[in-house]
Design a protein around this ligand. Structure first.
Ligand code: SF4
Length: 248
């Protein structure tokens, strides 16, 4: 490792620890070593996971074939006008047998370019939160309600949510996670269908088709309010409840 790589690593470590301190994280769980059947993070299938084409473990199962059909359908979808402005659709990625699933709003610029969910600044925050919970990104499943980037990252319209939501519904149905974390208002409104505001809903479990749903703030809200430690702490409180439920 050269001087610059060492400095970059040190900077990354410091930023991460500061973020955990702001969250109010009292402990850090070592990322588990996962391989093959357990968690699907072997070097070989990392690529498959990143491309969104693997089952847990990367094997082709009947579900795996169904996943492939679903992903192909999303990639070629023209069911709403958002297809016109996309570089590519962003189906989602991760462990298809995950116990924990994160659902956000829609891809932004970085996600649209890379074809992966939550890879921009907000995505980096989400990755840190996932790691603080003791997981790697490959162990959970990450998706959005909307699979194509809305122009200028505007909030998706109800007709777009209606057109796109069957894909998310199928993903949830195939994964059947133990808990879903709804990131922000669009995901929360879709999953909980509640007239209540985000601040009223966050921090309390709701339910979607029998699966507990924890609504919390979207990581981009954390980015916009970077100096506000209270918001970070609230998100971490929500994640602690999710961890408790996963343990039970
Ligand atoms: S946003 Fe969803 S419904 Fe609209 S074109 Fe993309 S994949 Fe199809």
């Amino acid at each position: 490792m050269n001087e610059k790589e060492r400095a970059d690593l040190k900077h990354e470590l410091r930023t991460r620890l500061e973020f955990y301190r702001d969250l109010g994280v009292e402990f850090l769980v070592s990322p588990r070593k996962t391989s093959g059947k357990d968690g699907a993070a072997t070097a070989e299938n990392q690529l498959l996971i990143a491309s969104g084409f693997s089952g847990a473990g990367g094997e082709i199962t009947p579900d795996g074939e169904e996943w492939e059909r679903l992903i192909r359908k999303i990639m070629g979808c023209q069911a709403c006008p958002l297809f016109k402005g996309r570089t590519q659709a962003v189906p989602g990625e991760g462990n298809r047998q995950a116990r924990l699933m994160f659902v956000g709003e829609a891809p932004g610029r970085d996600e649209d370019l890379q074809g992966r969910p939550f890879v921009g600044r907000a995505g980096q925050l989400l990755t840190r939160i996932i790691q603080a919970m003791g997981f790697s990104r490959e162990e959970v499943y990450i998706a959005n309600v909307i699979k194509c980037r809305p122009p200028e990252n505007r909030t998706p319209r109800p007709d777009e949510v209606k057109a796109c939501s069957p894909y998310l519904l199928r993903q949830i149905d195939l994964i059947r996670p133990k808990v879903i974390v709804a990131l922000g208002k669009v995901a929360t409104d879709f999953l909980l269908q509640s007239p209540k505001s985000m601040s009223e809903l966050r921090g309390n479990f709701g339910e979607f088709q029998g699966i507990p749903v924890m609504p919390t703030f979207h990581p981009s809200y954390l980015v916009r309010n970077e100096g506000n430690k209270e918001i970070k702490k609230m998100v971490w409180e929500d994640m602690k409840k999710v961890l408790e439920l996963l343990k039970s």
